[in-house]
Design a binder for this molecule. Structure first.
Ligand code: AMP
Ligand code: GLY
Length: 417
C-alpha cells in the first residue's frame, strides 16, 4: 500500500517509523515531513493546509490511505474533502474535530454526555467574565475557545492574573478569532495523564496512558510549551482508573459524537487530571498527541497500518503492548518557547539498539541536518521502568548533543504533583 502522512513534527516522524515496519507498505509519502521523515518516507513539499494539492498528489501517487498528524487541517475539513474525492483517510471530519477546535463546544458536549470535567462558564463579554472570576476567586483557569497552538490556556494563581488573561483575550485580541470567546474553568489538582484511542464511530480502542511534561524548565517551572518530554505508561494510574476513563470519557464521547450526527473516525485524545473525585477531562484533541505519540507507538506490538485498516473496517485490532516503559526527552532551541534561532547545525548522531530519535523541527541541507523549529527532536529509549528508560535517553543526549544552542529538561519521568 501507498501511504501519505500529513504533518512535519515528531509525532509524524514517529508514525512514519512505525508504519515503515509494516510489510504491507510499498511507499510512504510525508507532506511536508522533516529530516527524520526522509529516512523512511519520500518528503513532498506540500503544506498541511494545501488540501487541493494534497488531494491531487494522493490521486496521482495512488495513495491507499492518508493519516493526518496536526489539528489545523482537520478543522479545515481535510477528511471531508478526501472522502468526497473517494480517498481513504484516517481522520475525523470537520464537525467531529470541533471537539478539539472549540473548547466551548467541548464543554457543552461533555455536560450533555455526563463526561466528568471541571465546572465552567463561557463568556464573550470581558466585564461579565471578570465579575465571575471575582466571585469564584483564584486559582482559576482561563481558556481561549479556539485553536491557539497550545498557548490559549492560562492557569491563573491570582484574580489579577485571571482578569489580565481575560483582557488579553477579549479586549486586546491576543489570540485573534480563537480568543473572541472564552471558557473559565475550575482549577483541578492531581496527576495529569493523556489517554488516546483509535476510534471509528462507536468502536473505541484505547492505548496505554502517557504523561506529557508541558512546562519549559525542570520541576515544572517556566512557561507552557508544546511538550518537553513524555513517558508511557504512567505508573500511578490504576487499571480501574483507566477502565473508568475508557468507559466514561472515551466511549461516552464516541457515542455522543455519533448520536449528535458527527461520528468520529481517527484518534481521540483525552487530557485528564486524576482528582480526589476521580479522573476529569481538561481537554479533548482530535488527533495523536505530541510528544505522547513518540513514547506510545514504540511500545505498540501490532502492525500500525493493520490497526488503521482494522479500525476502519469495524474490526477489533487487538492492541498489544510491550511490558516496558518508554521515555522521551525533547531537545529544544535555546529561547524556546519564546524567540529562538533556526538553522543551527546538528551533530552527527550515533544510535544503539535501545535509543531512537523522533525528529521535530529539523531540515536537511547540503551541509547536514539543521534545526528548523523550537522543538528540534525527541531522544527516546525503552527500559524496564521509566527511570531506566529516561536514563538511556539522557545518556544518548549527553553523548550526542551537548550544545550551548539547545536545552532540555533533566527530569523527564519525575512527578511533582
Ligand atoms: P491545554 O492547552 O488544554 O493542554 O492546557 C494546558 C495545561 O493547562 C494542561 O496540561 C494543564 O496542566 C493545565 N490545565 C488546563 N485546564 C486545567 C484545569 N481545569 N485545572 C488545572 N489545570 C488545567
Ligand atoms: N501533548 C499535548 C497535545 O498534543 O496537545
Amino acid at each position: 500500500m501507498n501511504l501519505l502522512v500529513i504533518g512535519r513534527g515528531g509525532r509524524e516522524h514517529s508514525m512514519i517509523m512505525k508504519l515503515a515496519e509494516s510489510d504491507k507498505v510499498d511507499a510512504i509519502y510525508a507532506a511536508p515531513g522533516n529530516a527524520g521523515a526522509r529516512e523512511a518516507a519520500e518528503c513532498v513539499d506540500l503544506d498541511e493546509l494545501d488540501i487541493d494539492g494534497l488531494i491531487e498528489f494522493a490521486v496521482k501517487k495512488k495513495v491507499d490511505l492518508t493519516i493526518v498528524g496536526p489539528e489545523n487541517p482537520l478543522l479545515t475539513g481535510i477528511a471531508d474533502r478526501f472522502r468526497e474525492a473517494g480517498l481513504a483517510i484516517f481522520a475525523p471530519e470537520k464537525d467531529a474535530a470541533l471537539i478539539e477546535g472549540s473548547k466551548r463546544y467541548a464543554k457543552t458536549f461533555m455536560e450533555e454526555n455526563s463526561i466528568p470535567t471541571a465546572a465552567y462558564a463561557t463568556f464573550t463579554d470581558a466585564g461579565e467574565a471578570k465579575s465571575y472570576i471575582e466571585k469564584q476567586g483564584a486559582p482559576i483557569v482561563v481558556k481561549a475557545d479556539g485553536l491557539a497552538a497550545g498557548k490559549g490556556v492560562i492557569v491563573a494563581e491570582t484574580v489579577q492574573e485571571a482578569t489580565d488573561a481575560v483582557d488579553d483575550m477579549l479586549v486586546n485580541d491576543a489570540f485573534s478569532k480563537a480568543g473572541k470567546s472564552i471558557v473559565i474553568e475550575e482549577c483541578l489538582a492531581g496527576e495529569e495523564f493523556s489517554l488516546m484511542a483509535f476510534v471509528h464511530g462507536t468502536n473505541v480502542f484505547p492505548m496505554i496512558p502517557a504523561r506529557d511534561h508541558k512546562r519549559a524548565y525542570d520541576q515544572d517551572k517556566g512557561p507552557n510549551t508544546g511538550g518537553m518530554g513524555a513517558y508511557a505508561p504512567v505508573r500511578n494510574i490504576s487499571p480501574e482508573t483507566l477502565a473508568f476513563s475508557a468507559e466514561n470519557v472515551l466511549q461516552r464521547a464516541a457515542d455522543g459524537m455519533a448520536a449528535a450526527g458527527r461520528p468520529f473516525t481517527g484518534i481521540l485524545y483525552a487530557g485528564l487530571i486524576m482528582t480526589d473525585n476521580g479522573p476529569k477531562v481538561i481537554e479533548f484533541n482530535a488527533r495523536f498527541g505530541d510528544p505522547e505519540t513518540q513514547v506510545v507507538l514504540p511500545l505498540l506490538k501490532n502492525d500500525l497500518l493493520q490497526v488503521f485498516l482494522d479500525v476502519l473496517d469495524g474490526k477489533d485490532p487487538f492492541l498489544q503492548w510491550e511490558e516496558q516503559c518508554c521515555a522521551g526527552v525533547v531537545l529544544a532551541a535555546k529561547g524556546y518557547p519564546g524567540r529562538y534561532k533556526k538553522g543551527v547545525k546538528l551533530p552527527e548522531m550515533d544510535f544503539d539498539a535501545r535509543s531512537f530519535v523522533a525528529h521535530a523541527g529539523t531540515r536537511k541541507t547540503n551541509d547536514g541536518i539543521v534545526s528548523d523549529g523550537g522543538r528540534v527532536l525527541l531522544a527516546g529509549a525503552k527500559g524496564a521502568g521509566v527511570e531506566e528508560a529516561a536514563e538511556y535517553a539522557y545518556k544518548w543526549l549527553g553523548q550526542n548533543v551537548e550544545s550551548e544552542e539547545f536545552f532540555y529538561r533533566k527530569d523527564i519521568g519525575v512527578e511533582y504533583s
